[in-house]
Design a protein around this ligand. Sequence first.
Ligand SMILES: [Fe+2]
Length: 186
Amino acid sequence: MMAVQEQRTSNTLEQYIAAVRSVWGDGKDPQLPFKVKTLMEKLFASTRPDDPWMAELIREGKPSRELWRDPDYGFIQMGHVHKQGHGNTPHDHGPCWVVYGAYVTEITKYKRTDDGSQQGIARLEKDRLDRLTAGVVVPYLRGDIHSTNAVQGPGVVFRFLSYDLDKIDRSRYSLESGKIIPVPAR
Ligand SMILES: [Fe+2]
């Protein structure tokens, strides 16, 4: 039998990454998080649950997977499968930004009500509740404090990180005590 040479066509994830790379430039365009948002929305609109790469992500059900780490620009595309109730405490991404897209999760965005004059203390108030249903993508910009909560599960959550969070200093926040908890780079 003759070996069939399979034509390798790029999948929707690869097309999305290629599109992000093509708009990246020097990475400093303030519109970039919104451009990534639009591209991620396109990704979700063009990907079916039974597309092989998405089917694998869902089947494996890993809480966290690095789908792409860009060798030139340093951005990272994460794929998560969160069980119902998975959530985290309020945090920022330091000098970086993040674009979240998901199949049903809630993200609370906070605003600081203090003037920042007390070292290590931040008083937070809920600013906005974003309900990310299928295909909804929301960017959180430099310094935006947010927390996630998987209201239904399992849910696929996409996190586009403008840079590796393990390599930057950032913060978590205690709603109860008002304490700012430093999360230093590893
Ligand atoms: Fe985050």
